[in-house]
Design a protein around this ligand. Structure first.
Ligand code: PMT
Length: 397
């Protein structure tokens, strides 16, 4: 399954290092060639001999082999790899990776690689939730590292909480699924709408909503990770453009979002409408700020915005596939199906505003994916990155 694939397995100094032996075995059994790189402190937790026996290659830890003076090229290693997997990733190495402190072979190889990087953090719960760790994590995410989040459970300290490294089988399945499918959408183009729209009332105020853009950007990133070219049309958000072949157009209001979407859709193989588009816009946008001192009460006249997904739905040809999102509070399933039918969509991803950890702003989501043919797939609560990947696999692969 992974024959011919090259993996650099980076191991850092944490108690979860013992699980890396299992991970290494899984990669080797699947046919991958694995080069283990350890930080010096990782060797306090697990011996290089175990790892070199299983991988069939000497473990690399230092820049030079002490007795021969042989130089280990981090550049060659970085270029050799199809994927780099750092498991476990300690808070210390995470900080070094986020700020480019290349004082060991592992971080140097990370900075040199062009391969996809996966990282499975493992640390105590207070270290995990410390603002410094969370800051470093978001830097790594925006640098394109795929974070395989730790689980909650009993930790080495005896405390119970989030911080336990994900199980080797899960890490293996995430990495191998990426390695085997990474180019399946090469040559395909997709439109993705994301974020909110702002409908200006005057130069200061607008009608908007709570969308952060996280779900839509995760969809764009998932499509790009399968090799597709993505046209991401985004409302006002503060997120970096996902890595890969992603062309981004920033817009403010629904009309601009429609124009930008229409401009690219004809040449696309499909679209995902994740944006939370404002349904109405003020008929007039005042040129000057409305002064509250002069008015005790004001009435805004609103006009319906164009429906972007429905407009594109009317343009679509037989080969093009469309996926919409539905954000509902009641009668959720029937409302979502109604929207899919009215807008000419092939799939609709229903997420609920009533569910903790789902919908606006969160890093997680739970989605019921419904097809025009009536198939229903439940995607349980998981990171938006994972939800996006599942939606893309279900709808476009
Ligand atoms: O951005 P996040 O903080 O990560 O939050 C993600 C999300 C909750 C915004 C996202 O998962 C989501 O549900 N997006 C759609 C929200 C929405 O506006 O749903 P709706 O039921 O109003 O619209 C249905 C579909 O029609 C959507 O695909 C929407 O993009 C599209 N639409 C709606 C109105 C309009 N004028 N044009 C549209 O294209």
């Amino acid at each position: 399954m992974l024959k011919g694939k090259h993996i650099v397995l980076g191991i850092t100094g944490g108690i979860a290092a013992y699980k890396s032996v299992m991970l290494l075995r899984l990669f080797v059994k699947a046919g991958a060639e694995v080069q283990v790189v350890m930080t010096p402190s990782a060797k306090e937790f697990i011996t290089p001999v175990t790892l070199s026996s299983l991988s069939g290659k000497p473990v690399i830890s230092e820049f030079f082999t002490a007795n021969t003076g042989e130089w280990h090229s981090h550049v060659d290693l970085g270029l050799w790899a199809d994927a780099m997997v750092i498991a476990p990733l300690t808070a210390s190495t995470m900080g070094k990776m986020a700020s480019g402190v290349a004082d060991n072979m592992l971080v140097t190889s990370y900075l040199s690689t062009r391969a996809k990087v996966f990282a499975a953090p493992a640390m105590d719960l207070d270290m995990w939730r410390h603002p410094s760790s969370q800051r470093n994590l978001s830097v790594l995410r925006s640098d394109g590292v795929e974070i395989i989040e730790p689980e909650a459970g009993e930790l080495a300290s005896g405390l119970v909480g989030k911080g336990r490294m994900e199980e080797p089988e899960v890490i293996f399945s995430r990495v191998s699924s990426w390695l085997t499918k990474k180019d399946v959408l090469k040559g395909k183009r997709y439109l993705v709408t994301a974020g909110p729209t702002y409908e200006n009332i005057d130069p200061v105020r607008f009608i908007g909503n709570h969308s952060s853009g996280k779900m839509g950007f995760a969809i764009a990133s998932a499509l790009a990770s399968f090799g597709a070219e993505v046209h991401l049309v985004s409302g006002p958000v503060s997120l970096p453009t996902p890595s890969g072949n992603v062309v981004r157009t920033d817009v403010v209001n629904a009309r601009e979002m429609l124009t930008a979407s229409e401009a690219v859709f004809q040449s696309c193989d499909g679209a995902v409408f994740c944006a939370a588009v404002a349904d109405y816009a003020p008929v007039v946008c005042e040129e000057r700020k409305i002064k509250r001192e002069k008015l005790d009460r004001i009435t805004l006249e609103l006009v319906k915005n164009p429906d972007i997904s429905a407009t594109i739905g009317m343009m679509k040809s037989s080969g093009q596939r469309l996926v919409g999102f539905a954000l509902e509070t009641d009668n959720e399933f029937d409302n979502a199906v109604g929207k899919m039918q009215r807008k000419g969509l092939d799939w609709i991803a229903l997420n609920s505003l009533r569910e903790a950890g789902a919908g606006f702003r969160t890093d997680t989501n739970r989605v019921t994916l419904i097809s025009a043919q009536g198939a229903v797939t439940e995607i349980p609560l998981m990171s938006k990155t994972e939800v996006a990947r599942r939606i893309v696999e279900e709808c476009f692969l």
